[in-house]
Design a protein around this ligand. Structure first.
Ligand SMILES: [Ca+2]
Ligand SMILES: [Ca+2]
Length: 113
């Protein structure tokens, strides 16, 4: 995954992804995934960032195993995770939301499983 936003997966990113997949804890994986969702790196994740990342992942996906979500379903999941209702997800909300919802966790962390 393209951590440094240069639109290609460089060797270092690839190695860190492999290491994470092999040795990362759930919290590390979720923190890494959260950074991926935070496209503008401002430390919070908006519904637009979630929708755009999930659509990219879904459009790239060729696997039948992956689940496809409509924008509306994504919005519902987002609202469930947004505990304080400020329309953005903090890392804490993101981590909690994923842990409490195994289906969501599977969709959201699919790249790091
Ligand atoms: Ca952001
Ligand atoms: Ca929030």
């Amino acid at each position: 995954m393209d951590v440094n936003k240069d639109e290609k997966l460089d060797f270092r990113e690839y190695i860190s992804l492999l290491a994470l997949r092999a040795h990362g804890t759930i919290d590390q994986k979720l923190a890494w995934t959260y950074n991926l969702y935070d496209a503008d790196n401002n430390g919070s994740v908006t519904i637009h960032e979630v929708v755009s990342l999930i659509s990219v992942v879904q459009s790239l996906s060729t696997s039948k195993r992956k689940e496809f979500l409509s924008d509306n379903q994504i919005k519902q999941l987002f609202d469930v995770m947004d505990l304080d209702g400020d329309e953005t997800l903090s890392l804490d909300e993101f981590t909690k939301g994923c842990k409490e919802n195994p289906t969501l966790m599977r969709i959201i962390t699919d790249y790091v499983q």
